[in-house]
Design a binder for this molecule. Structure first.
Ligand code: S3P
Length: 184
């Protein structure tokens, strides 16, 4: 049985089209997105999961076809999700927002940047064999990518949530409060 929407969460119509979660690898975009969508009674779309469903594991795709091919597949998958008329909570892979077409499609959606730091993601990225962008040295690579991508995330975000030290329910409470009362 599906859960009823939480009455304290904003009505779906108060979300400008889609609510899109962006940010660093292992920031919790999928976990937060899925949980927020369930509580808000909205569909949830994880674009990495769609890629895996259609093309097999991301690590295998990188090995067989390379990053460039993955980015093409990713951009098409993200575009299809963002162009859907059904409002949804959509979680994007950490590198998806580097695509200029994706950046254009994000206009008119509510973009949420889940900010975090290395200390917070460290336990997750240390066992991140499925993230080829972090090979061969997950800590160094995460830091490099985070430094390069932070300005992009910041420039696209309508809302930034500092998730450091917050549990998933606390992140959702924070997001809800920003969406309903405009607190940031
Ligand atoms: C990537 C992030 C991954 C996945 C792919 C590439 C990136 O998603 O899309 O491994 O370039 O940052 P998560 O951000 O969910 O780890």
């Amino acid at each position: 049985m599906s859960r009823s929407p939480d009455p304290h969460l904003p009505e779906p119509h108060s979300i400008r089209r889609h609510l899109v979660l962006i940010g660093f690898m292992a920031a919790g975009k999928s976990v937060v997105g899925r949980s927020y969508a369930a509580r808000a009674g909205l569909p949830f779309v994880d674009t990495d999961e769609l890629v895996v469903e259609r093309h097999g594991s991301i690590a295998d795709l990188f090995t067989a076809r390379g990053e460039r091919y993955f980015r093409e597949v990713e951009a098409r998958t993200v575009a299809a999700a963002l162009e859907s008329p059904v409002p949804a909570v959509i979680s994007l892979g950490g590198g998806a927002v580097l695509d200029s077409g994706t950046q254009q499609l994000l206009a008119g959606t509510t973009v949420v940047f889940l900010d975090t730091d290395l200390a917070t993601v460290l336990p997750r990225i240390s066992r991140s064999g499925h993230r080829p962008m972090l090979a061969p040295d997950p800590v160094r690579r995460w830091q490099e990518l985070a430094t390069a991508r932070r300005p992009v995330y910041e420039s696209l975000a309508d809302i930034t949530i500092d998730t450091r030290g917050l549990t998933v329910p606390a992140i959702i409470d924070r997001l809800t409060s920003v969406l309903t009362k405009g607190e940031d």
